[in-house]
Design a protein around this ligand. Structure first.
Ligand SMILES: NC(=O)c1ccc[n+]([C@@H]2O[C@H](COP(=O)([O-])OP(=O)(O)OC[C@H]3O[C@@H](n4cnc5c(N)ncnc54)[C@H](OP(=O)(O)O)[C@@H]3O)[C@@H](O)[C@H]2O)c1
Length: 506
């Protein structure tokens, strides 16, 4: 059936030609929020689309004295509240595939009994000795779990089986802790067994960045410093930190958003075409981009970055707190709720094209987008043309799609030029439900495809850059700027772009 755009909606046959091998997913921290809100609803989304293998089971590993029955009950509520429409019936079909294993992460005997349980599941449910371990826990628990998995022989791949580990963010809080964590992971698993999740990479529109660039002939010739004036990447949230002030104090937007999500998106926009669409070829190119960004010197931090905190304001007709009035935030806090950074990629493609990254809380709208702004024509023939530079806009959320801004003649006897927009919207073009990012990533981990997961060197390179910015801020005598909640940030953030450029206000 054709939709408004005249295209066929995404039929089942187009969804995936890929099928995963039987396996057991062991979720460490299964009584937590992530399992209930994201992981299990996403598994049921995969089931709905016929993408779960026939032999499949989930074991939840956590401390609380739950039973299989109480675990299943909580998961069922999670699927009901957070799953795609009609996924509860798929949970009912799979209910018996979910079981609970109670143990403390530090308890070695808990891993020995887990191993026995997994062997029983293999025999009963045909999961063929394949395992995926999902670390949905506080990062402080990772090393304990990795160590105990290795000691119990659970990280070894024998007789053609696979053993993989999925690691949640945050992956370290600086270069030193990330390197330590990479060492701990690599003591137990080979890099090809490791899947570091950044859920941004599971979003359709983020993957579309590569499709747009490398499946089309018209964009790539312009995708360089000769034609692109600058690139803006924005991840804006409208919410404040709420009751998570204590947690947020330890990170700030630079650790929480820029080191991972924005850097990942930036590398996809900036990378060279890979030799093939394989995990290592793609990640090799992403790492090269990060390596081409120099470590910031303190004076460059002063010049090329801006940090700020929201102050109280009016939002949606209500008065809202400033950051320092939020629960758990000390008066002397210098943690940034807004960060804007100018990155210079020192390679042939981008030598004169700055990339501006910005992320903040309490902005007017929740929006994630990449704006590629092109240079002005070398000579403007039309007097009084009311046009801005051409722009290609990749909207990642909400209202996913791609838009192009260009000048067109206003109908009438005069030669008047005005900006117009050509718009592609995912929803209208393809119809159907959009799968959650976790669905794609869980499926890829089952398939052993690491393309959309961060490799150890990517994570470390991103920390190298971010660490140098944080070090500059620590040395600086300038406290963070203020910006009123519900605005697009401080004036200094605007100034960062330089003359004739402004941040978009989506
Ligand atoms: N929630 C999200 O939407 C979200 C989004 C992105 C990333 N993440 C990341 O995902 C991870 C998990 O997040 P979450 O929100 O699910 O965490 P959470 O709600 O705090 O859950 C933590 C889990 O770890 C278990 N646990 C902690 N210490 C343990 C121990 N010593 N022995 C056994 N179990 C132990 C807890 O079990 P008991 O309570 O039974 O003791 C609980 O199941 C974090 O790294 C987080 O940053 C979460």
């Amino acid at each position: 059936m054709a939709n408004q755009s005249g295209l066929d909606p995404l039929g089942d046959e187009l969804r995936s030609a890929r099928s995963a091998k039987p396996c057991v997913l062991v979720i460490f921290g299964a009584t937590g929020d992530l399992t209930k809100r994201k992981l299990v609803p996403s598994l049921m989304g995969l089931s709905k689309d016929g993408l779960l293998p026939a032999g499949f089971a989930v074991v939840g590993f956590a401390r609380r004295p739950w039973t299989d029955a109480s675990f299943r009950e909580v998961l069922s509520e999670g699927v009901e509240s957070f799953g795609r429409p009609e996924t509860t019936e798929y949970f009912e079909q799979h209910r018996d595939a979910f079981s609970y294993h109670q143990s403390d992460f530090s308890n070695e005997s808990g891993y020995a009994s887990l191993k026995e349980k997994l062997e029983q599941i293999d025999a009963a449910r045909g999961t063929a000795g394949n395992r995926i371990f999902y670390l949905a826990t506080p990062p402080s628990a990772y090393s304990n779990i990795l160590d105990n998995l290795a000691k119990a022989g659970l990280s070894t791949e024998a007789n053609g089986t696979f053993a993989r580990v999925i690691v949640e963010k945050p992956f370290g809080r600086d270069l030193t802790t990330a390197t330590d964590l990479n060492n701990q992971v690599s003591a137990a698993f080979h890099e090809r067994q490791v899947f570091r999740i950044d859920h941004y990479l599971g979003k359709e529109t983020v993957q579309n960045i590569l499709a747009l660039r490398f499946a089309n002939g018209i964009f790539e010739p312009l995708w360089n410093e000769k034609f692109v004036d600058h690139v803006q990447i924005t991840v804006a949230e409208s919410i404040g930190v709420g009751s998570r002030g204590g947690y947020f104090e330890e990170s700030g937007v630079i650790r929480d958003m820029i080191q991972n999500h924005l850097m990942q998106v930036m590398t996809l926009v900036a990378m060279e075409p890979p030799a093939a669409m394989t995990a290592d070829a793609v990640r090799d190119e992403k790492v090269k981009v990060l390596k081409a960004i120099r470590t910031f010197e303190p004076d460059q931090v002063e010049r090329d970055t801006v940090r700020a905190q929201y102050t109280g304001g009016s939002f949606g007709g209500k008065d809202v707190n400033g950051y320092k009035q939020e629960e758990g935030v000390p008066q002397e806090s210098v943690t940034e709720t807004y960060a804007a950074v100018k990155l210079q990629i020192d390679n042939w493609r981008w030598s004169r094209t700055p990339f501006f990254l910005r992320s903040a809380k309490r902005m007017p709208r929740r929006v994630t987008e990449v704006a590629i702004q092109f240079k002005q024509p070398p000579h403007m023939l039309y007097d009084g043309a009311q046009t801005q530079p051409n722009m290609l806009l990749l909207r990642i959320q909400p209202d996913e799609g791609v838009a192009m801004r260009f000048g067109a003649k206003v109908p009438g006897p005069d030669m008047r030029i005005r900006d117009v927009r050509m718009d592609f919207r995912y929803g209208t073009a393809f119809g159907g439900e959009t799968a959650d990012a976790y669905e794609r990533l869980l499926l890829d981990a089952m398939l052993g495809d690491g393309t959309l997961f961060a490799r150890s060197d990517e994570v470390e390179e991103a920390w190298r850059i971010v660490d140098s910015i944080i070090a500059g801020w620590k040395q600086s005598s300038k406290p963070p700027e203020g910006y009123v909640a519900g605005t697009w940030g401080p004036q200094l953030g605007e100034d960062l772009l330089g003359e004739d450029r402004t941040w978009r206000r989506p």
